[in-house]
Ligand binder design. Structure first.
Ligand SMILES: [Zn+2]
Length: 52
């Protein structure tokens, strides 16, 4: 029991877009506001903010 498999670099967090439901995978650009990211694209963001 010596080997540890810790080299799973490909794991990234993901969550569904609030508008289209598509899985969004974590992006480096979002590292500072990942918790606030709700939409996968500008188009979805506009739909999500249509209430404004
Ligand atoms: Zn979307």
């Amino acid at each position: 029991m010596k080997s540890r498999h810790k080299g799973n670099k490909s794991f990234l967090p993901s969550k569904p877009c609030a508008v289209c439901g598509r899985d969004m995978t974590w992006r480096r650009a979002w590292r500072n506001n990942w918790a606030e990211v709700k939409y996968c694209s500008e188009a979805c963001r506009r739909k999500g903010c249509a209430d404004d």
